[in-house]
Design a binder for this molecule. Sequence first.
Ligand code: NAD
Length: 369
Amino acid sequence: MSKTKTLLMLPGDGIGVEVTGQVRRVIDWLSRKRGVTFDVREGLIGGASYDRHGTPLSDETLAEAMAADAVLLGAVGGPKWDDLPFDKKPERGLLRIRKEMGLFANLRPAVVFDALADASTLKLEVVKGLDIMILRELTGGIYFGQPRGIETLPDGTRKGFNTLVYTTPEIQRIARAAFDLAMKRNKKVCSVDKANVLESTVLWREEVIAVSKDYPEVELSHMYVDNAAMQLVRNPKQFDVMVTTNMFGDILSDCAAMLTGSLGMLPSASLGAPDAEGRRKALYEPVHGSAPDIAGRDIANPLATLLSFSMMLRYSFDMDAEADMIERAVKNVLAGGLRTADIMQAGKAKVSTSVMGEAIVRELDKLNV
Ligand code: NAD
């Protein structure tokens, strides 16, 4: 079996460089042991790009991302760039690449590995076996709506304002993505809105219901965002796929993230609309940031990034067998007692970023029989 897919690596800043380095090991392993070859390119984003090109995302890198089959990103940002003007900040590079690639669907799984179930701040029975998917609309809503700004009124009062706006195509495509995901999972979608207060989410609810008619096998429910926040910590296992707007998804996915106990374990994927051949633009990245407090010390947890890579194999390359192997390797290595510092528990063995990466590759070897 031999497939060549173009993969653009954008390590970014801080620990982004260290954690994406572990994915390189797995890519090498796939090539050696599974005959899967990627054409791997590497580019700059964030502060690293600003230092070299004076911009957090150059047009050349953006063009490479648009041409790639998938992009793997580490993280961006750090104190070195905090005082830059708004449009030069590392985070602007990330927002621009998402927007230009049309990545409207952000997949944030919250999975609790058995070995880490007691690391959650919630009771073991509430989170053990948790496996939910939060789907956040990523390119619309209040983060992008116009008009927006800060104005000074004639009487000297200052006014800050943003606009929450959604159109039917924007809602329909994210709803469709949610139902498609649910069809591959437990066939349940919960759509989260604030339809009792916000007209834009009344429209959201109506459009989600309309799309649901094409998916008679999927059970659809609706929840106001305030209740959804409560339910996520009260009984998260009631959910399968949760779909929501940009801002609600931003907040709820971080809330769900904490159910799993560690930022270092959380992968994500951001997908665009399928083209005529069914190919979607896609960017995969860990949820965490560049962690300047621990950068350069080989102690960051690489598992979120490795799990983001396994999502890439699953959603961009239809390589479910290899994705399953990586996820099983993570599970087994954790069950075997290895921990990076952020998930360290009494009686376990504390290992570095690179030793964790090596352990995953060794485990893949064992699984590849
Ligand atoms: P952060 O996620 O970088 O770090 C929060 C805390 O979690 C830190 O104590 C850090 O050491 C720890 N942590 C994060 N990832 C870890 C990992 N893989 N292993 C072990 N520990 C880990 O968030 P922050 O401190 O708020 O932000 C730092 C910088 O990252 C800022 O410049 C911020 O803008 C940027 N940021 C970038 C992204 C992104 O690139 N997607 C996301 C969030 C924050």
